[in-house]
Design a protein around this ligand. Structure first.
Ligand code: ANZ
Ligand code: ZN
Length: 845
């Protein structure tokens, strides 16, 4: 078969892609007879064009998918679009195009880019989350969860701009001010919808222990996010009040060290005190201006004000001051803390600032005194100055104090989670409408199934609109109550876009079902065998997706408990040591890379430059090097052995030669070369399993070098009319090695492998994509001769080459005959000779 002498990636790649497309190679259906493999890369936000991070993510996914396909699995690899979100609204304001149009244009451009990279997606399953056919099922599930009480409405704080009269997303708050007008942002409480993820906190936490194919780091982050704390709810009396002040503490062992109490600004006691004391009122008001982001809470200066109220210690009866403090969160525990400044750092900072007493009640286990000048002593230890509890260890004291409090009715053991219920309301336009109708008489009513989807109007203008255009569209929000038929209004809030990305993995299994969210096909494909994406999604996206999977399971839709069996978090793409990003201005556009070198070079570079989990440093030279390697690969097909064939023109002829070849007839050097190739193959097979693609590529380069230096039967003969029969061994090794090389590279550089396959492959399939994964020939790996090192008195003095089955005597003889060894044993009596088979000979003199 003739082939262009020049490697022209654009042509090669178009031809391969046409072939795959015409034959719908990546379309899959359920086949219970075959082992399935569901390979999923996190779908992109259609921001406009692909960036290098996408290219890396999707190349890794595609390499794994194609590899599993060659391993004989029934592979599903879908792709879609995480299409809702704020950037579309910003673009709409800037360019005066409706978000829907902007988004769909971006999708079209990016889809073409993905296709140009040759990713093997089943495009017939493509979905965009902004399509009503998609989000209607999420609306449907929401109404089911409403009926089950797993969603509810309550007021929650948002960032509010008092000038624009609009809610701001966290990223729209810049230094505490509105990004648009610069007015200081306030906290405002508005009614919002929540999903009860806390009802699944225990399961979400416990399952992590069994998810051993997830990176430990991600599991740890999720554990911390869920943040299960076992502690005690302690009841302090409040002077002049009947009901106690409840606090949650994880350290009841420090109870005798409490010197004050602190409540959140929203706590009823703070609100009460604000009525009498203007300074408390002023402080509570000040707290309203704080950002809602929790990260800001952690780092800000600890401030507060005395309410004048006095708490009564449950065990000692001491009177203690109650402060309002900005570091106490209303949403955690009881919204109040018992402050132990000697043993809690925040309490310590606060006490120093306001001159409150610091009373140590814990000593370290070794009894050494505790230094409280620099900060709190937060370790557990032995109790001191704690009455009856003095001398107990922290653990024992925890139990004793908890039991005593419980007995007196002043406390009880309780478990708290850091995890909050998931607030899903967004006061934005470009999202899925929340399927609720608010009736003045019946309250919040879920939209009935027949009225779903609640479609988002797509022809909108942002001109003169602050906030969401939906709030100014009576045609959207004016409706009637599904229960009483009276006039009512739709929710104009939309869902958090994390909702859509929480279940898309399931929808890919039955994307065309217009009667149900998912169907039994999901039970064949799920769970996803391999999920690939960025570490930035370690917590929220992955936790929400796990949660949704359980919601869908409990709604009878899915059978699996967890959505993703194995998780790979790919490293960042760096340039000049920094993350490639628009804001740093150090991006390289993948489009330019593809245009200059083609998709295979881009893919090869990505795979070779670093193992998938590690960060990858961009390098123009390495890209050029990848391209050169592909040119060398291409040049193999121009070898006369393939061009002219010498009687082995076709793949079938080549295969017949290789399969029937008696490898024992090879020369020693050919055997050695073949052993090297099979050694590289064996290693590559192991590396592929471990996703060490960079060393797979390194192995392929080694094979290429072996091929380059492959010894012919008679080194002297290289005339073109050389008799064929004398070079059959050479040809057999060549054909076999190139075929191995091509199959190993096929998942990584599928286009060039596709083009070369008919020319140099052994024809185990029509196309390389359907070829089986290569396996090393164990007999090739067994070397006929072995190299042993020879020591004299444990010092290295030489080496010998002996036949692999040489008897011990022969090995000894050869060792003693080695010239350099002879020099060291000359004239000395040999006391003994130690032979470690396959390794060394030690002569003791
Ligand atoms: C007394 C104490 C003494 C505490 C000590 C710690 C160390 P985790 O482990 O994260 O659950 N806390 C309780 N409710 C709070 C709230 N609403 N806002 C801010 N802090 C709150 O944290 C539990 C600890 O956080 C509790 O234990 C409480 O401080 C504080 F040496 O109580 B501790
Ligand atoms: Zn009604």
């Amino acid at each position: 078969m003739a082939i262009d002498e020049r490697y022209q990636p654009e042509q090669v790649e178009r031809a391969a892609q046409d072939y795959w497309q015409e034959r719908r190679c990546f379309r899959v259906t359920e086949d219970p007879q075959r082992e399935k493999f569901y390979c999923l890369s996190m779908f992109p936000y259609p921001s406009g064009r692909l960036h290098m991070g996408h290219v890396r993510n999707y190349t890794i996914g595609d390499v794994i998918a194609r590899y599993q396909r060659m391993r004989g699995k029934n592979v599903l690899q879908p792709m879609g679009w995480d299409a809702f979100g704020l950037p579309a609204e910003n673009a709409a304001i800037q360019n005066k195009v409706p978000p829907a149009r902007w988004t769909r244009e971006n999708i079209d451009y990016m889809r073409a880019q993905l296709q140009r990279l040759g990713f093997g997606y089943d495009w017939e399953r493509e979905l965009a989350t902004c399509d009503p056919d998609y989000y209607r099922w999420e609306q449907w599930l929401f109404t089911r969860l409403f009926d089950k009480g797993l969603v509810y409405k309550r007021t929650a704080p948002v960032n509010w701009c008092p000038n624009d009269l609009t809610v701001l997303a966290n990223e729209q708050v810049v230094d505490g001010c509105c990004w648009r007008c610069g007015t200081q942002v306030e906290r405002k409480e508005i009614p919002q919808w929540f999903m009860k993820i806390t009802a699944y906190a225990d399961e979400l936490l416990e399952e992590l222990d069994r998810m051993d194919e997830w990176p430990e780091q991600v599991r740890t982050m999720q554990r911390n996010w869920i943040g299960r704390s076992e502690g005690v709810e302690v009841h302090f009396g409040v002077e002049g009040h009947d009901s106690p002040l409840k606090v949650f503490t994880t350290r009841p062992d420090t109870l005798m060290g409490v010197t004050y109490l602190a409540v959140a600004a929203e706590h009823p006691l703070a609100q009460e005190a604000a009525k009498w004391h203007p300074n408390v009122a002023a402080f509570v008001e000040e707290c309203r201006h704080l950002e809602t982001a929790e990260a800001a809470m952690e780092t800000m200066e600890k401030k507060g004000v005395d309410t004048g109220l006095k708490a009564v210690h449950p065990l000692t009866g001491d009177r203690l001051p109650i402060f309002v403090a900005n570091f106490v969160l209303m949403g955690y525990g009881e919204g109040a803390v018992m402050a132990v400044p000697a043993h809690d750092q925040r309490d310590w900072e606060f006490a120093r600032r306001y001159g409150l007493p610091i009373v140590p009640v814990i000593h370290s286990d070794d009894g050494s005194p505790v230094d409280l000048k620099q900060g709190a002593f937060t370790d557990r230890g032995i109790l001191v100055d704690s009455g009856d509890y003095t001398g107990l260890g922290s653990e024992a004291a925890f139990r004793a104090i908890a039991a005593d409090l419980a007995e007196r009715g002043q406390g009880r053991v309780s478990v708290h989670y850091r995890l909050r219920d998931w607030g899903v309301s967004r006061q934005r336009y470009w999202g899925a409408p929340i399927p609720i109708v608010n009736c003045p008489d019946c309250g919040a009513m879920p939209v009935p199934d027949d009225d779903l989807p609640v479609a988002l109007p797509e022809e909108v203008s942002f001109e003169g609109v602050v906030g969401s255009p939906l709030k100014q569209m009576p045609s959207f929000y004016k409706t009637t109550c599904p229960k009483c038929g009276g006039a009512a209004e739709r929710e104009t809030d939309t869902f958090d876009t994390f909702m859509e990305s929480s279940w898309y993995f399931a929808r890919y299994c039955s994307p065309d079902n217009d009667q149900a969210m998912v169907d039994e096909r999901a039970q064949y494909w799920l769970p996803v065998d391999q999920y690939i994406g960025g570490i930035e999604h370690a917590i929220l996206h992955l936790l929400y997706a796990r949660f949704f999977n359980k919601l869908m399971r409990d709604a009878g839709l899915l059978a699996n408990d967890e959505p993703f069996t194995r998780l790979l978090t790919q490293g960042m793409v760096l340039k000049d040591g920094a993350k490639m990003s628009k804001s740093k201005g150090n991006t390289v556009d993948p489009q330019a890379l593809i245009e200059e070198y083609g998709a295979d070079t881009a893919r090869l570079f990505m795979m070779f430059a670093a193992p998938p989990e590690q960060s990858l440093e961009w390098s123009d030279e390495a890209v050029a090097g990848a391209f050169r390697f592909l040119k060398r690969l291409w040049a193999l097909a121009a070898k006369p052995e393939y061009r002219e064939g010498f009687g082995y023109e076709t793949a079938d002829q080549r295969r017949t030669l290789v399969e029937g070849f008696d490898w024992t007839t090879l020369t020693d050097e050919q055997k050695k070369a073949r052993a090297e190739v099979h050694g590289c193959l064996a290693q590559a097979v192991r590396d592929f399993e471990k996703y060490q693609f960079n060393t797979v590529v390194a192995g392929c380069m080694k094979i290429m070098n072996v091929i380059g230096g492959l010894p012919r039967n008679d080194q002297a003969i290289r005339a073109d009319n050389e008799p064929l029969s004398r070079n059959l061994g050479y040809q057999a090794v060549l054909f076999e090695s190139v075929d191995i090389l091509l199959r190993l590279l096929a998942p990584i550089v599928p286009h060039i492998a596709h083009a070369l396959w008919p020319v140099v492959g052994l024809g185990q399939a029509e196309a390389v994509i359907d070829a089986p994964w290569p396996e090393p020939d164990e007999t090739a790996l067994v070397r006929d001769t072995l190299k042993l090192v020879v020591q004299v008195n444990g010092k290295l003095r030489g080496s010998i080459e002996v036949s692999a089955d040489a008897a011990r005597d022969a090995v000894e003889q050869a060792a003693l005959a080695e010239p350099n060894v002879q020099r060291f044993i000359e004239g000395k009596g040999i006391r003994k000779v130690i032979v470690v088979p396959g390794k060394l000979v030690n002569v003791v003199v």
